[in-house]
Design a binder for this molecule. Structure first.
Ligand code: CO
Length: 129
């Protein structure tokens, strides 16, 4: 979200600096940016978000299946701190206090197991397809 606003601002600034050459500026921007140049599918599929609640020492839903490109947001609903840590080291939250959130965008398909590093028995999974 912030990245998108930043890119938009940068393009606007470039467009202003380039006077009337808005088309050329935008094309150059796409070529220069690895984020925009990467997946053609990202342009056609809508960005989605999904929520996982951490409550009573459990991730809910414990297993979540999402399309590629989905941002998952975990919210700690417990009055106890928890973390969200990928078993494979793909993502790692800070210690989340009550009502704090952690988000990660899944750009690649796969099965992502995670756990709470404070309470390793707390486990969950995100399946990206
Ligand atoms: Co925990």
């Amino acid at each position: 979200m912030r990245g998108g606003v930043f890119v938009g601002g940068a393009v606007l600034m470039l467009a202003m600096a380039g006077g009337g050459f808005v088309r050329g500026t935008v094309a150059r921007g796409e070529n220069a940016s690895p984020v925009l140049a990467q997946p053609a599918a990202a342009a056609t599929s809508q960005a989605k978000t999904m929520e996982v609640k951490i409550d009573n020492f459990k991730f809910g839903p414990e297993a979540l299946t999402v399309p590629v490109g989905t941002t998952v947001t975990w919210t700690n609903r417990d009055d106890i701190p928890h973390t969200v840590v990928s078993t494979e080291g793909v993502f790692k939250s800070k210690v989340l206090d009550t009502d704090e959130k952690f988000s990660f965008t899944f750009a690649k398909a796969g099965a992502y197991d995670y756990f709470c590093s404070i309470h390793p028995k707390m486990v969950g999974k995100v399946i990206v397809q």
